[in-house]
Ligand binder design. Structure first.
Ligand code: NAP
Length: 281
């Protein structure tokens, strides 16, 4: 019996246990995906726990994707470039940080037939997920990127690392006026999920005809996406990205192909259940 942990705080509405446990069962693995609520001051001890024999790896979520880098033995090239880790893999006695969010985001755009090449992007947020989205858009040859974040210094440091790797990309920080020119807007903040399900992170009006992507997957239809749809935008919710990043993590931990369809069905069933439970507590 092996365990895979999800390190984050808070973890209340995670769909990952349903998704990954269904995948382990389908693959005939006696493995268990377990929530490991980790306050900031316990992150180091939680990473040390992953070194035990019975642990096969981990996912990392809000708010630790950047901070966890310090406690790992090595990073994949992608995770090093991005500066954020959402998956930890064990190679011998080493803990290696990986990032499958970048792949999950691009794959979800592909599913929706959206090509980000030449896009004028806006990213709301500048945390771990924003790093993956920003590098994904840069690597897919978006033409410009505006990063809007509550804490401006964090948006600036993302702009600096991104600019070093992608000097051709036009990057602007905290300029709301740039929204009107955008044709791809991505929310990477947790605004819109409980307890902020009645809020939207959008600081202005949606430009007509833009593609609007919300990384939040619970509820499936956030206020951000509803407002965008009303303004005539095309919308993409976070569930597809969740499954794609989870499938890539499964393959890194197990060395096997992910049972993607099983993961989609388990995640959608868990989403329906959780939505019902949050609406009628
Ligand atoms: P994180 O590293 O903690 O970053 C959170 C970001 O949101 C920061 O930029 C933070 O701004 C901003 N933020 C948080 N609360 C805010 C508030 N009340 N008002 C304004 N800004 C606020 O977290 P993360 O790991 O990037 O995750 C962010 C969200 O993306 C989570 O909801 C997570 O579930 C979701 N996500 C989804 C997927 C998927 O597959 N669908 C994948 C990854 C992440 P400050 O810098 O000012 O603190």
């Amino acid at each position: 019996m092996k365990q895979v942990f999800l390190l984050g705080d808070p973890l209340g509405h995670s769909l990952s246990p349903a998704m990954q446990n269904a995948a382990f069962r389908a693959a005939g693995l006696d493995w268990e995906y377990v929530l490991y609520e980790t306050p900031r001051e316990e992150l180091r001890a939680a990473v040390a726990r992953l070194r035990a024999e019975d642990c096969a790896g981990a996912n990392v979520t809000i708010p630790h994707k950047e901070a966890v880098v310090e406690w790992l033995d090595d990073l994949s090239d992608g995770a090093r470039r991005i500066g954020a880790v959402n998956t930890i893999v064990k190679r011998g006695d080493k803990l290696i940080g990986e990032n499958t969010d970048l792949y999950g985001f691009l794959q979800s755009l592909r599913d929706a037939d959206v090509d980000p090449r030449g896009a004028r992007g806006v990213i709301l947020g500048a945390g771990g997920a924003a790093h993956a989205v920003a590098f994904a858009l840069a690597e897919a040859e978006a033409s410009s990127l505006v990063i809007l974040n509550r804490t401006e210094s964090r948006a600036r440091s993302l702009a600096v690392v991104l600019g070093k790797h992608h000097p051709q990309l036009e990057i602007t920080v905290n300029r709301n006026g740039a929204l009107g020119r955008a044709n791809l807007i991505v929310n990477t903040t947790p605004i819109g999920m409980p307890p902020r399900e009645d809020q939207s992170p959008m600081p202005g009006t949606f430009p007509r005809g833009a593609v609007v992507f919300d990384l939040v997957y619970l509820p499936a239809q956030t206020r951000f996406l509803r407002d965008a749809e009303r303004a005539g935008a095309r919308t993409i919710g976070g569930i597809g990205m969740l499954v794609h990043q989870g499938a890539a993590a499964f393959e890194l931990w197990t060395g096997r192909d992910a049972p993607t369809q099983v993961m989609v069905e388990a995640t959608e069933a868990a989403l329906r259940e959780t939505e019902h439970a949050t609406r009628y507590p």
